[in-house]
Design a protein around this ligand. Structure first.
Ligand code: NDP
Ligand code: BG6
Length: 499
């Protein structure tokens, strides 16, 4: 793989959790793979007081094998809200790039509270740090959440575009950095067998799950203002929908792919009015017992108000109004404290039009299923009918499965590793574009508004370790189908709980 050109990565929020846990370890992996540029340095920024040395010591405590990483780390103590300190930042960067004898290419990574996402680019531009030259590039990576609703996301885009061009802005959605998410494109567009079936003539419905077994842990303060709809559905699940439902791009490049994703978001039929309680189910985990162990309910978590009505689970049914998907329901769900951590896409194909054989368990033929497993036990599973050996013509459902772990030399890189590398190389394909982020907010906004204003829309409690409120099951069962209940292993489904 080609190395990126020399540059300095400036991380705002360098004393924080994301930097310690994800960003520096991802850089270390890139270094091990010899993918960092020849000349490269990190300048961490935060209000906390560290010297280069003490910052390196702090990071070393969180890195399994710091190796050659530490000498690349530098630290500048400054308050990103203090406009006056940006001159000093500019001089420090000048000095660093001169002493490294390299072109002053910079990536600014905003890993601060989101309230600073508008301010930092403004102050950077006021001292000329966002200005590109003929051979000089300047990029900015923005962490999630990108806005809290359509209006705030729109405002943030507008203000960023005052100081930067769209191609300088990299909006993180770490799901897009997952190898298995990118593989959705490869599965669909590099295999002649799937694409002809990938439409309303053959697909009965599509199901997407992103489940977590953990609760909100210590993030209650953040989560309570967010909830599952904003935290997971508006971004990660919507991006999955985009990749599953998009038209083939004309070429594989960032504009072509992101144009198609945008069209999907624009074609999703809005859910409004009386349809909201029917098509969108929200839930909150409640205190419960699993095998004798008591599990804390959401309202008793640290930082969560006792009366909180924030959803920790959301399930939704919607339609995409275009030629490919007209009439095909999409069911998506996400939640915390569910039985296991699993993300997967299930494409349910239509059953055969004329039933010749009965199934071995007496069930109705529900059609073939293609399961694309994002995590864990990453892989692909096809479920189809096979004759039961012996007399008669009974059919049983069998699995044909591929697991990444069975590939020799397989190694699934961390999402942040891929995303950082792509930004270093100037490739924004796996980053969300401003217009698509806004379109995704446009879709969820009426739901957020209705939930806020109409207290009559129920928030269902669900015990920890279950697949959310029963009404979410009814939403799909009413149509004679059922959610797949995935287990840790790709090929298994059914009753299972790892909590
Ligand atoms: P932390 O609170 O751990 O770190 C944020 C850092 O920002 C702090 O260390 C703080 O450092 C710095 N900071 C600068 N200005 C301010 C300010 N005015 N108020 C508070 N802090 C300030 O957060 P995370 O590292 O967890 O998250 C950073 C961003 O990344 C957030 O927007 C979050 O939503 C996003 N994110 C985080 C994920 C994670 O796994 N942690 C996952 C996905 C997104 P100092 O006090 O030294 O200035
Ligand atoms: C983050 C959410 O974006 O994604 C978290 O803020 C969630 O609440 C996390 O836990 C899930 O990511 P992953 O990669 O573990 O599926």
């Amino acid at each position: 793989m080609q190395k990126a050109s020399n540059h300095i990565l400036i991380i705002f929020g360098a004393s924080g959790d994301l930097t310690r846990r994800k960003l520096i370890p991802a850089l270390r992996e890139l270094q091990k793979l010899d993918l960092l540029p020849e000349k490269f340095a990190v300048l961490g920024i935060g209000r906390s007081k560290y010297s280069d040395q003490t910052y390196r010591e702090m990071i070393a405590e969180h890195l399994e094998e710091p190796g050659e990483m530490l000498p690349l780390l530098h630290y500048l103590s400054m308050d990103p809200e203090d406009e006056g300190s940006y001159d000093n930042l500019a001089s420090q960067l000048d000095e660093m790039s001169s002493s490294m004898e390299m072109v002053p290419n910079y990536i600014f990574y905003l890993a601060t509270p989101p309230s600073l996402y508008g301010i930092i680019p403004l102050f950077l531009s006021s001292v000329g740090l966002t200005k590109e030259g003929e051979d000089v590039w300047r990029r900015i990576i923005i962490e999630k959440p990108f806005g809290t609703d359509y209006q705030s996301a729109h405002q943030l885009n507008k203000s960023l575009l005052k100081y930067l061009k769209e191609d300088q802005i990299y909006r993180i959605d770490h799901y897009l950095g997952k190898e298995t998410v990118q593989n959705v494109l490869v599965t669909r567009f590099s295999n002649g067998i799937f694409e002809p079936l990938w439409n309303r003539n053959f697909v009965h419905h599509v199901e997407i799950t992103a489940a977590e077994s953990i609760g909100v842990g210590t993030r209650g303060g953040y989560y309570n203002d967010s909830g599952a709809l904003r935290d997971m559905l508006q971004n990660h699940l919507m991006q999955l929908v985009g990749l599953v439902a998009m038209e083939p791009p004309t070429v594989i490049n960032s504009d072509a792919i992101r144009n198609e994703v945008l069209k999907v978001f624009q074609s999703i039929r809005p859910i409004t009015g009386d349809d909201i309680p029917k098509q969108v189910i929200r839930g909150q985990y409640v205190a419960s017992h699993i095998r004798g162990d008591s599990m804390t309910g959401y309202r008793d978590e640290e930082g969560v108000p006792e009366e909180s009505r924030t959803e920790t689970f959301v399930a939704m049914k919607f339609f995409i109004d275009n030629w490919r998907w007209g009439g095909v329901p999409f069911y998506i769900r996400t939640g915390k404290r569910l039985p296991t951590r699993v993300s997967e896409i299930v494409v349910h194909f239509n059953p055969s039009p004329h039933t010749l054989f009965s199934t071995s368990n007496g069930d109705e033929d529900k059609g073939n299923k293609l399961v694309i497993r994002i995590q864990p036990d990453e892989g692909i599973l096809l479920k189809f009918g096979m004759k039961v050996q012996g007399a008669g013509f009974k059919v049983q459902e069998v699995n044909m499965d591929f697991h990444y772990k069975d590939l020799t030399d397989s190694y699934i890189p961390e999402a942040y590793q891929r995303l950082l590398l792509d930004c270093m190389q100037g490739d924004s394909t796996l980053y969300a574009r401003g217009d698509a982020v806004e379109a995704a907010w446009r879709f969820v906004d009426p739901i957020l508004k209705a939930w806020k204003e109409d207290q009559g829309i129920p928030l269902h409690g669900y015990p920890c370790g279950t697949w959310g409120p029963e009404v979410a099951d009814q939403m799909i069962e009413g149509e004679k189908y059922a959610w797949r209940c995935p287990c840790k292993n790709l090929a298994d489904d059914g009753i299972y709980c790892e909590l």
